[in-house]
Design a protein around this ligand. Structure first.
Ligand code: PDD
Length: 288
């Protein structure tokens, strides 16, 4: 039985209730985080809490908890869900207002805080020699221009992901004005001439915690990396393409739009980085 957290209470997830007047439900007026947990230890917690604070500030919503209180909440939630390897989902909405009005409630009402855990699949990076790799397609980036906010309003991402799935792929890499931005639920990297490229942080992409870690690991291990715009043409001609996210870590893309990426197998630089990623994870969390 999964135990969730809702506004101060820990309870079975299917007993958690919010009002249909919650602004998260009515407007998607809220932000969220997804934090991986390895062997009961949250991974890159400080970075996730910082991004949560940034998202809340961007939508002018007070952080309902201190960082210490968030940490305690996660500790209890992990313990109540048996520890091990999990993903924590948390969301904060602008709460339940007496009437539906686009404007913020005045006076402000308490935000809704909801968190739950789910089991996570074993990521590809854990077995670099046998990983099969992912299939992706490119699609027009139809989202708004504040993709740096981790908003629960994900309709465009949902539609894009579904279009990818319907075409037999698992992810869509999005293209805006001729430049690839990110995946519908991931950041991306390419390898061009042996150099790793990933778009710089801007309002057009989510500043991925996993992305930042991969950039750091490249620097630490002298793998040449540039944070620079990537055109659709560069993406399509790439020697390797990788996707990064908290739930999937670092995944090689082996087919893009029906064409093989490189030789159609996970590339050598991905294997190198997957090993560095897993080493880092083990050192931090003792993860297996
Ligand atoms: N999504 N870009 C988008 C649009 C995302 O939704 C995500 C992650 C990322 C990667 O960010 P991070 O490395 O911090 O997880 C980039 C999460 C996992 C989700 O929505 O479930």
């Amino acid at each position: 039985m999964s135990i969730a957290y809702l506004n101060g209470d820990y309870l079975p997830q299917d007993e958690a209730r919010i009002s249909p007047m919650d602004r998260g439900f009515l407007f998607g007026d809220g932000v969220y985080e997804v934090i991986p947990v390895y062997q009961g230890v949250p991974f890159r917690l400080e970075e996730h809490l910082q991004r949560l604070a940034n998202s809340l500030a961007a939508i002018e919503l007070d952080n309902p908890l201190s960082d210490d209180a968030w940490c305690e909440l996660f500790e209890r939630l992990i313990e109540k869900n048996g520890g091990g390897n999990l993903g924590i989902y948390l969301q904060v909405t602008r709460g339940t207002a007496p009437k539906r009005d686009h404007a913020f409630p005045s006076p402000a009402v308490p935000g809704t805080v909801f968190a739950f855990t789910s089991p996570v699949a074993t990521p590809a990076a854990d077995s670099p020699d046998t990983a099969e790799g992912a299939v992706a397609i490119t699609l027009d980036d139809i989202r708004w221009s504040r993709c740096d906010i981790k908003s629960t309003a994900l309709l465009a991402n949902v539609m894009l992901k579904q279009q990818a799935i319907a075409s037999g792929a698992s992810e869509a890499i999005l293209v805006r004005d001729g430049f690839a931005t990110e995946g519908s639920a991931s950041n991306f990297f390419i390898v061009e001439g042996g150099v790793v490229l990933t778009p710089p942080k801007s309002h057009l992409i989510l500043p991925g915690v996993t992305r930042d870690l991969v950039v750091d690991l490249c620097h630490q291990h002298n793998v040449p990396i540039k944070e620079t715009e990537v055109t659709e043409g560069q993406l399509k001609a790439a020697e390797e393409i990788w996707l990064s996210s908290s739930t999937r870590e670092l995944v090689p893309v082996v087919t893009l739009n029906g064409h093989a990426v490189g030789d159609g197998h996970p590339g050598p630089l991905w294997k190198t980085m997957a090993r560095h990623y897993v080493d880092f994870k083990r050192r931090l969390c003792g993860a297996s």
